[in-house]
Write a protein that binds this ligand. Structure first.
Ligand code: ZN
Length: 249
């Protein structure tokens, strides 16, 4: 099976359309989404409509999705995130709200696991260090683990000897999840962010995962950032949310 893997769309329709076109052209068999479809961006309703049409979709909710439906409070959100959450809450239709309410924070498939942040704290922990990955390993039943939240394309890989490696994944770089004599070794993949990359590369990020070959390959796509920025301004969302898209941070 070949899956289109993506995360942190954040209501950015221009970026998401590029990624979906690529997945369709790649003839993927299914989709894995690590959450945060909404929040920050100007087109939450349109992005959720596209998500709901995807066949064989495996998806979890992120902290922004949960804030929009009032399941977590916004105490830890910065003022921009808070303003965008309130705007998104008002912009969503009934069907989209119900769809977000139907999502779980963790998805345990027989062939993989999906969370937004980390297995032990799906809604808030950023999986960024080897120590954090090790701390979370016992909470995963089926590898690989797919996560988002940090908006960085990264991989944590445990060798057959038990050594853990953290890798930033470049455009077109393929990572091979190693096989050990006793089965599949622990590996976590983050496809980066579709709608608000934060690795100083403003292109939309996504990945393809081949469950048989056990390869995970990241792809970056330039999209019309100015069009998304114009919508952010026209809809009265904070200016900072438009500016950060240009810098990829
Ligand atoms: Zn996010």
């Amino acid at each position: 099976m070949r899956y289109g893997v993506f995360s942190d769309v954040h209501g950015n329709l221009e970026a998401f359309s590029m990624v979906l076109d690529f997945f369709r052209a790649s003839r993927v068999d299914g989709y894995i989404c690590c959450g945060d479809v909404v929040g920050y961006g100007p087109d939450p309703e349109e992005c959720l409509s596209l998500i709901r049409e995807l066949k064989n979709l495996h998806i979890v909710c992120g902290n922004h999705d949960l804030a929009v439906i009032g399941r977590i409070d916004m105490e830890w959100f910065n003022p921009y995130a808070r303003a965008a959450t309130l705007w998104t809450r008002a912009a969503l239709g009934e069907e989209s709200r119900r769809f977000l309410e139907s999502l779980t924070a963790r998805l345990d498939h027989k062939d993989f696991t999906i969370v937004h942040g980390s297995p032990q704290r799906p809604a808030d922990e950023y999986l960024l260090s080897v120590a954090q990955f090790k701390n979370n390993m016992s909470r995963v039943k089926a590898w690989p683990l797919f996560c988002g939240h940090s908006h960085m394309p990264v991989c944590f890989r445990c060798s057959a000897e038990g050594k853990v490696q953290a890798l930033f994944i470049e455009d077109h770089q393929a990572i091979i999840g190693e096989m050990a004599p006793y089965g599949i070794v622990p590996v976590a993949y983050n496809p980066g962010s579709v709608g608000q990359p934060r690795d100083h590369d403003n292109r939309a990020a996504c990945a393809l995962w081949d469950s048989e070959a056990r390869t995970f390959q990241v792809y970056r796509f330039a999209y019309e950032v100015a069009a998304t920025q114009a919508k952010i301004r026209a809809k009265g969302l904070p200016e900072y949310l438009a500016l950060r898209l240009a810098y990829g941070q």
